[in-house]
Design a protein around this ligand. Structure first.
Ligand code: OAD
Length: 246
């Protein structure tokens, strides 16, 4: 893999780094992406943005749980890959490093990353629809207690669905990091879902160098200064090793 030397210079000079990851970083772990034609894109004939929606939680919570159980079932046989581990390693090199993810699989934490901003929640948690008490899911399918032990209301996945707000404060922290950084990495996202996709433009307009790591072009490619057209499980370990010999 060839990486432009101009980019390696930027990497060496960077002091404040912000990274946004999407489903692509977990693709090499065996987790299907949403828009890569993966098997989880449609559930019982319903597109994922319909089954993963605030409306479905209101109208058919059982189906929503079936869909999340299916996804949990896939995840239980998957582990973080070289890309996740490399990001945890890269973070050690910077005193100001923020990792923002749209993924709900928890793999960044499992790979050793700290203070991960999980914009879309975490599939390993459930939340009461009424009092919002949160529950850890044991990782066994089927798993969830059907009712909140505090108030008796139903539980739902603690994940952001279409038509819902991001967790309070999470996006604000991400925006702050995007504004502050001098290097912004966009890894494995089609950059079609907002507000997460807007972080790269925020970083760029605040003066950061924006770099995309994705085998394919995306909606963001035009606003990026550099593109590494490679799988993240290959590109990120290489960046980590470049930083280690600095
Ligand atoms: P997508 O499935 O939309 O995009 C995955 C991206 O990963 C594509 O651009 C692929 O080219 C790229 N990709 C595939 N394999 C890769 C690899 N090995 N290394 C690097 N990149 C690779 O996933 P997201 O952009 O994350 O939201 O989707 C954003 C949001 O849409 C998700 O968080 C989810 C979904 O609806 C909610 O559920 C709220």
């Amino acid at each position: 893999m060839e990486i432009e030397s101009k980019f390696l210079d930027q990497l060496a000079r960077a002091r404040r780094v912000c990274v946004l990851t999407g489903a692509g970083i977990s693709a090499e772990s065996g987790v299907p992406t949403f828009r890569g034609g993966g098997q989880s894109a449609v559930w019982k004939g319903m597109p994922f943005d319909e089954i993963s929606s605030a409306r479905m939680v209101r109208e058919n919570l059982g189906e929503v749980w079936e869909w999340f159980d299916y996804r949990l079932g896939i995840l239980k046989d998957c582990r973080p890959n070289a890309g996740h581990f490399a990001l945890a390693e890269i973070a050690q090199r910077f005193s100001d490093f923020t990792l923002v993810t749209q993924n709900i699989d928890g793999f960044h934490c499992e790979a050793g990353s700290r203070d991960v901003i999980e914009l879309h929640g975490n599939i390993q948690r459930a939340r009461c629809v009424d009092c919002e008490k949160r529950f850890e899911i044991a990782g066994i399918v089927p798993h969830w207690p059907e009712e909140c032990d505090e108030c008796g209301a139903k539980l739902r996945p603690d994940v952001v669905l279409f038509g819902e707000m991001l967790p309070e404060g999470a996006f604000e922290i991400a925006v702050e990091a995007a504004r502050r950084c001098d290097l912004f990495l966009v890894v494995g996202t089609s950059a079609l879902v907002y507000p997460a996709a807007g972080l790269a433009a925020i970083a760029r307009s605040a003066g950061a160098v924006v770099v995309e790591i994705n085998p394919e072009e995306t909606a963001l490619s035009d606003v990026c200064d550099f593109a590494i057209r490679e799988k993240s499980g290959v590109a990120l370990p290489m960046l980590a090793s470049v930083l280690n010999v600095e």
